[in-house]
Design a protein around this ligand. Structure first.
Ligand SMILES: [Zn+2]
Length: 266
């Protein structure tokens, strides 16, 4: 079984044993480390309790990562944010203000500022990260055409502050390491043909020395050892990927998908 916490531990172990240093987004930007480095990032779109399990597992291995939280009920659980911060992880804001305000730029900027202040109650937030909002026509990054990260005392944004020609980008979107093809916005342009499907393939490449020396890994917080939850999430991700592909070419499917997503996050 892939995408379980057990498998996640094996992945982290492979990196540690092979001499990789695992850092947060903030640490990377502040220290610009050389050599073998993994920037470990989690988008907590949902399942915050699972996020805590991953955070505790990492902490037990002496590893710290960045957790980006959304300001929606399925992500924003103050007790969990506090606990994850207390373990020494970085907390950031997973922003989606422009899609939430249906493209109203002034409202989006005001809402971004409010939400950033909100998360700064729990942690001195230094980095923020776009939520892809695949069912929306708005790209949340467009607020940066009007304001800058520095205006808010921020030092980085994963989609804006990294050169992915030199940093390999790997994401577990849709329960596969090559599921990026289903992503609408949360992907980066990358040269080269290196591609993985399963976690075992990634682990093998790392142990064989065939993995790039610098990489950013986005692991969502859906890795679980609970069988019912694993089965439910796999089925849901499978269906979601299919619908995303359909929605790209079909306006009716796209409209239905968009309403369902809005309903789900209410
Ligand atoms: Zn997201």
């Amino acid at each position: 079984m892939d995408f379980t916490l057990r498998k996640y531990r094996q992945l982290l172990q492979a990196f540690s044993e092979s001499g990789y240093r695992i850092v947060t987004v903030r640490q990377y930007l502040e220290q610009k480390p050389d050599g073998k480095v993994i920037i470990l990032r989690h988008d907590v779109d949902e399942q915050p309790r699972n996020a805590f399990k991953m955070a505790a597992l990492e902490d037990g291995m002496g590893i710290h990562a960045t957790y980006y939280f959304r300001r929606v009920p399925k992500s924003d659980h103050p007790d969990i944010i506090r606990s994850i911060a207390a373990l020494g992880h970085e907390i950031g804001y997973h922003y989606e203000d422009l899609s939430k305000t249906n493209g109203d730029m002034d409202k989006a900027i005001a809402s971004f500022s409010d939400n950033l202040e909100y998360f700064r109650q729990y942690y001195p937030v230094k980095t923020v990260c776009m939520h892809g909002s695949s069912s929306s026509q708005y790209d949340n990054r467009d607020i940066w055409k009007h304001v800058s990260l520095e205006d808010y005392g921020l030092i980085g944004e994963p989609y804006l502050s990294f050169d992915f020609n030199s940093i390999f980008y790997l994401t577990d979107t849709g329960y596969a390491w090559d599921g990026g093809k289903y992503a609408v916005r949360d992907k980066v342009r990358q040269t080269g043909a290196l591609s993985f499907h399963t976690t075992d393939q990634v682990v093998k490449a790392v142990l064989d020395g065939d993995f790039p020396h610098q990489a950013m890994i986005l692991a969502h917080t859906l890795w679980t050892d609970s069988l019912p939850s694993w089965m439910f999430l796999h089925l849901r991700e499978f269906l979601r990927n299919r619908i995303k592909l359909l929605a790209r070419n079909n306006r009716i499917v796209s409209a239905i998908y968009s309403s369902l997503v809005k309903l789900y996050w209410k």
